[in-house]
Design a protein around this ligand. Structure first.
Ligand code: BGC
Length: 730
């Protein structure tokens, strides 16, 4: 009887819902949001601007009863009107779980920086589509993914969640991921807006950078994401920008994001980044997230009161709710309800992750062609980084717990931002499978002398180097931790055929670079990382990753040789002066004439490519470039021809900028024509006063290069007329 009644009620609710005018799909998202908003009471409106944490908050509060267990967040819906609740999950590598003994086990992509290293837009999209599908199948309709903070600080503990140092590369790749995620009719959240470029002191630090430099660097990366993928929401960050908290910055939220970029979605805070009611609401903040992390429920009763007494207008509250509703209609959340327990094809998803990982691996060095390995090898010695059982993951809210459990449990820190997790994809097993006749030996690398002894006499030695970092922690230095430099040096001394495989968040120093025969940058390679590494080592996959960040030769080369702030005293407010402005990464190195260890864009292959026939033309100031690329080697491979533009007279932040690229697959002997059109903003300089991009009349050198330091790059010079463009580059 009870069941019958429940069914009857559900059917009635459904038909009421279908009949509601805002459920009419022929209307625009704006119209539907407007109609729904009109039907809501003040109390119902207030629900959509207050986020609850999806887990217990220590002993302080219990998780909201309707939130999915151990999830990032929950926002109540309005069932009376058929308007769904929002179920939020982290993050950019897959469906994460907040600390618990019974995590969701899901597929993990390789790190965001790894995906950027593929320079392959299609793979970024596929990865996004895959993790978005897992989010939907897990009952989530908001995915807190789309991290695009620029890699200004190679020690930043969250670089692995982002997409590198160049605004064009980072913005383009993250936009593709966001598109993929949202193809599942869920909302993606690009983050952390803005200039949240280090973890040390993230709650208190004040990032200092002028408007024009910001618009040409960090903000430009966000702008590309907005323009190319229109994420349903944006997460404002913990830090202050030029003295004001990002989540109550009228400049960031109202002026840049909503007015200049014309953003129509909603702004949510990071968890614990709300500091006020009136200032925040009036500055353009739309939703307080995980209020339990804040000092107060700023967007609860306090906001209701602020509206009642006129400190925040009713129109502002309505607009906050309108933006949330609009995103729900626009992205398909309202029309496609989510439910927990959907089927996930883990085998298929593992292959998506593997394809991404394989293309992300960067062959940094291959002296004497020690790679690819031969399947008839007799003895292979594998050393370090638990390469016998798994591959490393980064820590913090983005951690995706592996299907099958942590391959190496118990490593400190076991709690936030831990646990330290290894995905159970064993490089050693995958290597053994490809060299069935070989004796494959593992040494844990703890004792450099013993490791060297094990290495001596082997045909080839694979030393795995690793660097674990995570959210809230920066790397204390760019050196590999735990005496690994000594380990690698002593192994390389004992055996000239030493191949180093690196599982790191981002750039590291390599004092042993001249001793290693080959070096493969494997990043945090995700669910199928061990397989992907083995496939690249054996040449089943020809490496085609290229660095999305400069690898410095020393920390003294960085704009901030020493990291600002004190990790032991996170409460003291301090400033980080981004004096390099828009000259981030390779631009800084160019400007200062510094020689990096490995330049931005670098990556070798088992074949070779040549470029010819570079031509550039401009019509009404729009620059198009084309050229021919040929595979002159003996095996199939993929290349990333890169275009840089350098002004002859105009003054830019640095000598040149990346202006475009393509990723091209070629059979041996095959050639292809490639054309690239350049976003005109990349040819201009942002003027803060007029809010325009200005291209100076004159000559510009167009370089076709294999990396940012390529001395053999082909080049031609083109004359551009003077042009003034609006913020959108029109
Ligand atoms: C992180 C965000 C994350 C949020 C929810 C914060 O600590 O900075 O990136 O989305 O937590 O877990």
């Amino acid at each position: 009887m009870k069941l019958k009644l429940a069914i009857a009620l559900a059917l009635a609710a459904m038909s009421a819902q279908a009949a509601e005018p805002w459920m009419d799909k022929s209307l625009s998202a704006d119209q539907r949001a407007e109609l729904a908003l009109k039907a809501m009471t003040q109390q119902e409106k207030l629900r959509y601007v207050l986020g609850h944490f999806g887990s217990d908050f220590g002993n302080k509060t219990k998780k909201h009863p309707a939130a999915l267990p151990s999830s990032a967040g929950y926002i109540e819906g309005v069932p009376r009107l058929g308007l769904p609740a929002l179920f939020e999950t982290d993050a950019g590598l897959g469906v994460a779980t907040q600390a618990t003994k019974t995590p969701r086990e899901r597929t993990s992509l390789p790190s965001g920086l790894a995906t950027a290293a593929t320079w392959n837009r299609e793979l970024a999209y596929q990865g996004g589509a895959m993790i978005g599908a897992e989010a939907r199948a897990s009952g989530f309709n908001v995915m807190l993914a789309g991290g695009v903070n620029l890699l200004r600080e190679p020690r930043n503990g969250r670089n692995f969640e982002y997409a590198g140092e160049d605004p064009l590369l980072a913005g383009t790749m993250v936009a593709q991921q966001v598109k993929g995620i949202q193809s599942n009719h869920i909302i993606a959240t690009t983050k952390h807006y803005a200039v949240n470029d280090q973890e040390t002191g993230r709650f208190v630090l004040d990032s200092r950078i002028d408007d024009a430099s910001n618009r040409m660097s960090d903000l430009l990366a966000f702008q590309f994401v907005m323009e190319q993928s229109d994420p349903g929401s944006v997460m404002c960050s913990y830090n202050r920008l030029n003295g004001v908290y990002a989540c109550e910055s009228d400049y960031l939220l109202n002026q840049v994001l909503k007015k200049d970029l014309g953003y129509k979605g909603y702004v949510m805070t990071d968890w614990g980044a709300t500091h006020s009611t009136v200032e925040s609401a009036n500055a353009g903040l739309d939703q307080q997230s995980g209020w339990e992390f804040d000092k107060s429920q700023y967007f609860g009763g306090a906001l209701e009161e602020a509206v009642a007494n006129g400190h925040v207008s009713q129109a502002r509250l309505d607009n906050m709710v309108f933006r949330v509703l609009r995103a729900m209609f626009d992205k398909g959340v309202a029309d496609n309800p989510v439910a927990e327990g959907g089927a996930i094809d883990f085998n298929a998803h593992k292959l998506v992750s593997r394809a991404d990982a394989e293309e992300s691996m960067v062959l940094l060095k291959n002296a004497g062609k020690v790679l690819p390995l031969k399947s008839n090898a007799k003895k292979i010695v594998i050393i370090g980084a638990h390469a016998d059982v798994g591959v490393l993951a980064g820590g913090g809210s983005s951690l995706v717990y592996p299907v099958g459990g942590n391959a190496v449990p118990g490593i400190e820190p076991t709690v936030w931002p831990g646990p330290v997790v290894y995905h159970p994809s064993s490089p050693m097993k995958a290597i053994q499978a490809r060299a069935p006749g070989a004796q494959v030996v593992y040494n844990d690398g703890k004792d450099p002398a013993a490791a060297a002894q094990a290495a001596a006499g082997a045909e080839v030695v694979l030393v795995f180097g690793q660097q674990w970092v995570g959210e809230s922690l920066d790397a204390v230095s760019l050196a590999l931790p735990d005496n690994q430099d000594a380990l690698i040096a002593s192994v390389a001394k004992a055996n000239p055929n030493t191949v180093v495989v690196l599982e790191t968040s981002g750039p590291v120093l390599m004092p042993w670079v001249d001793q290693a025969a080959a070096i493969v940058q494997a990043w945090y390679p995700g669910t199928a990382g061990g397989e992907a590494i083995a496939r690249v080592l054996f040449g089943e996959v020809n490496p085609s990753g290229h660095l999305p960040a400069t690898f410095p030769a020393a920390e003294s080369q960085l704009p901030r040789p020493k990291l600002d702030g004190d990790p032991k005293n996170e409460a003291v407010r301090f400033t980080v002066n981004y004096h390099e402005g828009a000259a981030v990464g390779y631009k800084w190195f160019d400007l200062k004439g510094l020689k990096p260890l490995f330049p931005f864009g670098h990556g070798l292959s088992y074949t070779q490519f040549t470029y010819s026939g570079l031509v550039a033309s401009q019509k009404d100031g729009k620059l198009s470039v084309s050229f021919k690329i040929t595979n002159t080697g003996a095996v199939k491979g993929k290349d990333v021809p890169q275009l840089y533009v350098a002004p002859l007279n105009a003054k830019w932040e640095a000598p040149k900028r990346l202006a475009g690229w393509d990723k091209v697959e070629l059979a041996p002997g095959e050639s292809k024509e490639v054309s690239v059109t350049v976003d005109p903003r990349l040819l201009g300089v942002y003027d803060s006063r007029s809010k325009t991009w200005r291209i100076a009349k004159g000559g510009y050198k167009v370089l076709l290069a294999q990396d940012a330091s390529d001395v053999k790059a082909a080049s031609i010079t083109i004359q551009l007329p003077q042009r003034t463009l609006n913020v959108a580059g029109k």
